[in-house]
Ligand binder design. Structure first.
Ligand code: PXG
Length: 468
């Protein structure tokens, strides 16, 4: 009779969750008032999750954009087990290192864009973005330009939750009331055509190519406003993930690259979501033509099996760091953690042996793009975007006018809840339904995902009284 104890366990876990667990990005008052409590996820295999009540969910988000090789991979568990028995922990401070930390550094240098040969480790994307701020300031100090210490980022950017990474981020609700952004952090518009493209009087929309150039030039205007002698770096995700899977026009990144070079501003690519095969390339800098000076990595580096992050540093920066007097006074107890690095090595080996980068580029990304297009005609859908295995279905009130529902976010949440109830995890960013499935997803599972998404769109339209 397994059903009885399982139900009791669910009730117990939910009660404990409400009583003792402060979840990230949660509304504690609503949780406390009892809105049913959290869903308890107990197991997962491949692309499917199971909750404590036995419901199966197709995980369209790969956890939080991270479980690239899918759930339940024995090779990763074995790598952790072996390393824990051999050397569970040792630090990388004070002139010590461990085999997994140095082996992983070599491997990352091999797969990273050319000329990125040095790595600094942390345990989260937030830490890697805090590290990048300090590395960049150290670099300009060593170059004798300490006043070159300002950072430019974009609205809708997500770079983490620590004080510096949330300052880099462009989400006002994470900053208001927290004394953020810290001084020296600036934001410009994102390359988000749907919201920011202009429309002339006769109703013609600005072309994506023109808009991409204009969005890039917003960075140049900001550099000139602050003064190029004060701007240290520009940071951006090749595709903004948590901001709503904002895929920039092709003109955007090459222009950003030119602007950064012209003003001697470093270019940081936040590849925390985009890296490790997500876009059909090892790193998204490649297809977007970005030549980063620094690159931050996390999530897919271990497929989320264990916390690990990294900053990759180009030779140009690395040589300056190595020429300066004194130490770089920065690091974490778990920098280069041997178990995390051993898992990362096993994870990269799996991405290679499964051929996931090529599979995404040649097979599943084109298929996902094609299947998503089949949703474009739905009355709620204003735009469908995808690149690699990142996708978004943006729900709008009026397609022709690119007009959002009000209040923004309500319809997305409705749809998200229908997805959960119907066995699909799809996250809502404002009213954009975003997707980032494990890279092992097969075509029939993409069909299942799209079929489920269509049902949930229909249910959402029904809630709103909109004819399908
Ligand atoms: N950079 C990017 C591009 C991210 O997406 C971070 C940095 C920070 O990583 P850590 O490991 O510190 O969380 C992220 C994280 C969401 C969601 O709801 C997205 C993230 C984290 C939590 C929720 O989409 N991205």
């Amino acid at each position: 009779m397994p059903s009885e104890p399982i139900r009791n366990t669910t009730a117990r876990w939910r009660a404990l969750d409400v009583r003792h667990h402060l979840s990230p990005f949660a509304d504690y008052k609503t949780l406390k008032q009892g809105d049913g409590g959290s869903r308890i996820i107990t197991e997962a295999k491949g692309v499917y999750l199971t909750d404590s009540e036995g419901q199966t969910l197709l995980d369209g988000m790969a956890g939080l954009w991270c479980v690239n090789v899918g759930y339940g991979r024995q090779e990763l568990a074995e790598a952790a087990y072996r390393q824990m028995l051999e050397l569970p922990y040792y630090n990388t401070f004070f002139k010590t290192a461990t085999p997994p930390a140095v082996e992983l550094s070599e491997k990352l240098a091999e797969i990273a864009p050319e000329g990125m040969n040095r790595v600094f480790y942390g345990s989260s994307g937030s830490e890697s973005n805090d590290t990048v701020v300090r590395l960049v300031r150290r670099y300009w100090n060593l170059r004798g330009q300490p006043e070159k210490n300002h950072f430019i980022s974009r609205t809708h950017a997500y770079h983490g939750s620590t004080m510096a990474s949330a300052s880099l981020g462009g989400m006002p609700f994470m900053q208001e009331g927290f004394g953020l952004p810290l001084p020296g952090f600036h934001h410009v518009m994102p390359p988000y055509w749907l919201d920011f493209a202009e429309r002339d009087d006769d109703g013609t929309d600005e072309s994506p190519a023109d808009f991409g150039l204009r969005a890039a030039r917003a960075v140049e205007e900001k550099i000139l406003e602050i003064g190029a002698d004060k701007v240290a770096a520009f940071i951006g995700e090749p595709i903004q993930g948590a901001g709503g899977v904002i895929v920039p026009p092709e003109t955007y990144w090459p222009e950003i690259q030119r602007i950064c070079a012209r003003h001697d501003v470093l270019l940081i690519a936040d590849e925390v979501i985009c890296g490790f095969g997500r876009t059909g390339y090892w790193f998204a800098s490649e297809p977007f033509g970005i030549k980063p000076d620094l690159m931050t990595l996390a999530k897919g580096i271990t497929s989320g099996y264990i916390p690990l992050s990294a900053v990759m540093v180009s030779d140009r920066i690395g040589e300056v760091l190595e020429s300066g007097e004194g130490e770089f006074a920065h690091g974490y107890t778990y920098s280069g953690h041997p178990v995390a690095c051993a898992v990362a090595l096993a994870n990269i080996a799996l991405i290679e042996s499964d051929g996931l980068v090529e599979k995404v580029r040649e097979e599943t990304a084109p298929y996902l793009a094609e299947r998503l297009q089949s949703l474009a005609g739905h009355p709620l859908v204003g735009q469908v975007r995808s690149f690699g295995l990142l996708g978004a279905v943006e729900l709008v009130e009026d397609k022709a006018r690119r007009k959002h529902f009000e209040p923004i976010g309500r319809v997305g949440t409705l749809c998200r809840d229908h997805c959960f109830a119907n066995g699909l995890v799809m996250r809502a960013v404002r009213d954009g339904m975003v997707l980032s499935p494990p890279l092992i997803i097969e075509k029939p599972q993409i069909d299942e995902l799209i079929d489920k998404a269509r049902i949930c769109l229909d249910l959402t339209a029904q809630d709103l009284g909109i004819a399908i």
